[in-house]
Design a protein around this ligand. Structure first.
Ligand code: CA
Ligand code: CA
Length: 405
């Protein structure tokens, strides 16, 4: 259902360098403090008084239809905010500038736009990063770019296509890129759109749509398929496939400490779900091969019937009757400054229509979940920076850090 609310939100884009004073949070509860306005927020050790401060939404800034936030590994200072129409803003302290502008390449109808980015594990030396967007034909495009000589600017001429996937409907465009604990690039693709997966992509291992894939991008475009991929070499299957049976895995992530995989798979008319697979020893990525069930199942309910081999049922299932419309998968919180709070080690997630951010204790077969008390309207994503700090992104403009303030 992501499309409806995306479309409703399209006119609500906000903007400008509004960097002043605490701001009322759009969900309507306590005022939100500007990030960095309190001593200790920008890196100096927290005093005992600061450690007693409540966890709140701290405003990083307002952006033009932000869709995502990320940071290069080891970069403790900068945050990169992805904007739907096709630009990336680099934020360093109170300053911000345009890192990349590819608005001429990006389409923005329906659930389209520039939807995420990911930095290569060796970004410091290679300058390589990846973007996920819908192109002017509505096809899904993953590109590689490189940083320019200026660390706060990408080189637009460095563009290389990694992967392009035809897609002919306005919805279920996927949108997430992650560099996993193994350094490989993971991407999530919707099932091709409409309702009920009419092309039967999600259960078809021969198609990229309705999947998470794992690839190893080559330095100058294209990619290799990792030898460890679960379906590599199997007849009729695409070797890129890492997990399948997905409707629209709009947001997924890995726990930076434990390697756990979590996927927020947007539901049809009944259920919104979170899928969870524990990480391997030493925080390795899960091996792959999971079938998350669509369209044999929607959430925990039977949908179209048939067989779903290797089915991994969701650990969290919300009925849409409860105000949920499009689940927004988040992150396991590993922000060291939140140790000792009920946030640390919990998985935070939310929904585009239901503004209450939720915290879950991840376990199989069912994960207990409760409201966090924090609210963000038009929630469109979470993000994580190099220090493990977690952010909530509203398509209406504000980007918040979940922190003490
Ligand atoms: Ca179907
Ligand atoms: Ca499922």
């Amino acid at each position: 259902m992501l499309a409806v609310a995306f479309a409703l939100s399209a006119f609500a884009g906000c903007s400008s360098d509004d960097e002043d004073s605490p701001t009322a949070e759009p969900g309507g509860q306590a005022p939100t403090q500007q990030e960095g306005s309190a001593p200790g927020e920008q890196g100096s050790p927290a005093t005992p008084a600061q450690r007693r401060r409540p966890v709140r939404l701290l405003l990083l800034g307002r952006f033009d239809q932000p869709t995502y936030l990320a940071a290069p590994p080891g970069d403790r200072r900068r945050r990169f905010v992805v904007q739907r129409e096709g630009s990336i803003v680099v934020v360093r302290g109170r300053r911000r500038s345009t890192f990349l502008d590819i608005e001429d390449l990006v389409s923005t109808g329906g659930e389209s736009g520039l939807l995420s980015m990911a930095f290569a594990r060796d970004y410091r030396s290679s300058g390589r990063f990846f973007v996920y967007y819908t192109d002017n034909q509505g096809f899904i495009q993953i590109d590689q770019f490189r940083r320019s000589d200026d660390p706060n600017r990408a080189d637009p001429a460095s563009r290389r296509s990694v992967l392009r996937v035809p897609h002919f409907r306005f919805n279920h465009k996927g949108g997430q890129l992650q560099v996993g604990p193994d350094g490989m690039l993971y991407a999530g693709f919707g099932d091709g759109g409409s309702g009920g997966d009419p092309d039967e992509n999600a259960q078809n291992l021969g198609r990229i749509l309705g999947k998470l894939i794992r690839i190893d991008p080559r330095p100058n475009g294209g990619y290799d398929i990792p030898s460890s991929n679960p379906f590599r070499g199997r007849g009729g299957a695409r070797g890129e496939v890492y997990a399948y049976g997905l409707r629209n895995p709009y947001r997924f992530s890995f726990d930076r400490r434990r390697g756990h995989l979590t996927v927020g798979d947007v539901g049809q008319d009944e259920a919104e779900e979170i899928d969870f697979v524990p990480g391997g020893d030493g925080g390795r990525a899960p091996a792959g091969g999971y079938n998350f069930g669509w369209d044999v199942f929607e959430g925990r309910s039977s949908y179209e019937g048939g067989r779903a081999p290797r089915h991994v049922a969701p650990v969290i299932h919300h009925d849409q009757g409860g105000g949920f419309c499009s689940i927004i998968g988040g992150y396991v919180i590993r922000d060291p400054s939140l140790r000792g709070t009920r946030y640390y080690g919990r998985y935070v997630y939310g929904d585009l229509c239901e503004p209450s951010l939720r915290l879950a204790f991840l376990k199989r077969p069912s994960a207990p979940t409760r409201p966090s008390g924090l609210r963000v309207s038009q929630l469109v994503s979470f993000g994580e920076d190099a220090r493990g700090r977690v952010y909530a992104v509203s398509l209406a403009g504000p980007v918040y850090r979940i922190g003490r303030g």
